[in-house]
Design a protein around this ligand. Sequence first.
Ligand SMILES: [Zn+2]
Length: 120
Amino acid sequence: MAESTGARKRRRRGPIDRLAEAVRELEKVRQQARAMGLFAEERELLECPKCGLWEDVTCDGLLITYPKDDEGMADSGLRFREVNEDTFRCPACGSEFRPPLDQGLTGEFARSTALPKGSG
Ligand SMILES: [Zn+2]
């Protein structure tokens, strides 16, 4: 049994390792972005089905939340909390919900184009 098992243990740096590194790097960037109050998530903007609090992103990329019927678009200062992968908790009413997945990019696109562009 002169088979060398030692060589097996040593992992070569393959594309998976580099990918993992890139993901870590991305996560770092995301955390920095979050710290600056920017929206850096790979998910839809959330909307509480119960009380109507929802997320929006300003033209500066800042993540804000405000009640859906509030036309002032003033940041409530509240932030949805991620309970787990696909469940979020509303900071206003405390209800947990799963954001709809079928909305996709088209929903986001429709909403952003429906809004007046402003003078910016
Ligand atoms: Zn709510």
